[in-house]
Design a protein around this ligand. Structure first.
Ligand code: ATP
Ligand code: MG
Length: 396
């Protein structure tokens, strides 16, 4: 919506995992190297953790595009499963047919047996199997125990299944629990993806803008970029949210440059609407209290002049609040329609192999009307819900 205003061809700060915007910071590169190590490793668990929105899934998608040819990867991104459901998903990802005995539904054991057989066969054919579980902080202890048992599938020389667990910092905490010690001892490599430094944040912003088609001056001044890093702590998803809203704010005000004040305003709107509401409520309360207190003093003293002054003060404050509310409502009415979210075909497909389709992407497409000459952009663009990953298949 604001893209053309800044000389861009497309929205630069969608929170969709669009591979065109991939920015390989040093840490993202190292995280990727760990996953690649995981494929070659001799079994056990490889751990990739990182703060919410740090780019773990992004790195994983990048990894899925460069899996070595003799590796088979099963990717599970929704691990809120029972042990049986997990086994069903793993077998489905590796395309293993599982049959129950005597026409009965296949049990957990049937799945483990079929998986074992499959692993032995692929090993004999010189291939190795890797299971990647994203959002692994959602795994229950039962399921983690089942995974540990899967790493026991082995020949005399080597483990047959390499498992990569990707998750938020709670995953590390989970694995530090005494009851998960057995699993923790099987972790052969760990990497924690830290947020971007201030310099990297600047490069990240510039990178996304240039992929979006920016050819002229970067719209964020140095102070604004510094503030963005402070407010987002260098977390890419937060950077995207904040930059998107700040650009919208500048656009709404008919400006070409984003300054620190615009970033601050955008942060209030995008990160914590309650703070903004609380500010308005507090202003109202203060206006009321000020008026009330002055009135009480005035009445107590019996001074008619003081009462008049107090009443005027209160009325002025209330009027200010009313004006602010009216301005806000005007923005809501006039500025921009809520951003729409449109599903696109899978943006990052898995390794180019038969039947693979990595998680689908969701692209946020903003739509709206002309800029409004107001300072607030709270109602200017309602964000679509964060994209959920579509179904994925194993890479073959
Ligand atoms: N290296 C990167 N290059 C470009 N964009 C990135 C990068 N890392 C993160 N992003 C942006 O941030 C968004 C969030 O990243 P991602 O989904 O990978 O984070 P995550 O660590 O998996 O988060 P969560 O903990 O919620 O699963 C991505 O959709 C993308 O828009
Ligand atoms: Mg993720």
């Amino acid at each position: 919506m604001y893209a053309a205003h800044f000389g861009l061809k497309r929205e630069p700060f969608s929170i969709a995992p669009d591979p065109r915007y991939l920015f390989m910071s040093e840490r993202h590169r190292e995280a990727l190297a760990h996953l690649l190590y995981g494929v070659r490793g001799g079994g056990g668990f490889v751990l990739l953790t990182g703060e919410i929105g740090a780019g773990k899934t992004t790195v994983c998608r990048c990894f899925l595009e460069q899996v070595p040819p003799r590796s088979k990867v099963a990717y599970i991104f929704n691990p809120k499963l029972t042990a049986l459901e997990l086994l069903q998903s793993v077998c489905a990802e590796f395309r293993i047919d599982v049959h129950g005995r005597g026409g009965a539904a296949p049990t957990l054991k049937d799945h483990v047996d079929a998986l074992n057989e499959h692993l032995l066969r692929t090993h004999a054919e010189g291939e190795n199997c890797v299971l990647i579980i994203d959002e692994a902080q959602n795994l229950s202890p039962d399921v983690l125990e089942q995974l540990r048992l899967l790493t026991n599938l082995e020949t005399n020389e080597r483990k047959l299944l390499q498992i990569i667990l990707i998750g938020q910092p709670e995953l590390r905490d989970m694995l530090a629990r005494p009851d998960l010690e057995q699993l923790a001892q099987r972790v052969v490599a760990r990497y924690h993806l830290d947020p971007l430094s201030e310099d990297e944040t600047s490069h990240y912003i510039k990178h996304r803008l240039s992929v979006a088609g920016l050819s002229g001056l970067i719209p964020f001044d140095r102070e604004a970029r510094h503030r963005i890093h402070e407010l987002t702590r260098g977390v890419p998803r937060r950077i995207n949210l904040l930059c998107d809203r700040a650009l919208l704010g500048a656009y709404a005000n008919g400006r070409q440059r984003v300054d620190r004040a615009t970033v601050d305003q955008a942060a209030i709107e995008v990160f914590d609407g309650r703070r903004r509401n609380a500010t308005v409520q507090w202003t109202r309360r203060r206006a009321w209290l000020t008026g009330g207190a002055v009135a009480a003093v005035a009445l107590g003293a019996g001074g008619a002049a003081a009462w008049w002054l107090g009443a005027r003060h209160s009325a002025a404050a209330s009027a200010a609040v009313a004006t602010a509310a009216a301005a806000s409502a005007a923005v809501a009415r006039g500025a921009v329609a809520p951003a729409a979210s449109a599903a696109t075909p899978a943006a990052a497909s898995g390794p180019a192999t038969a039947g693979s389709s990595a998680a689908g992407a969701t692209t946020a497409a903003s739509s709206g009307t002309a800029p409004a000459a107001t300072t607030g952009t709270a109602a200017a663009a309602a964000r679509p819900a964060p994209p959920r990953h579509a179904a994925s298949r194993a890479s073959r």
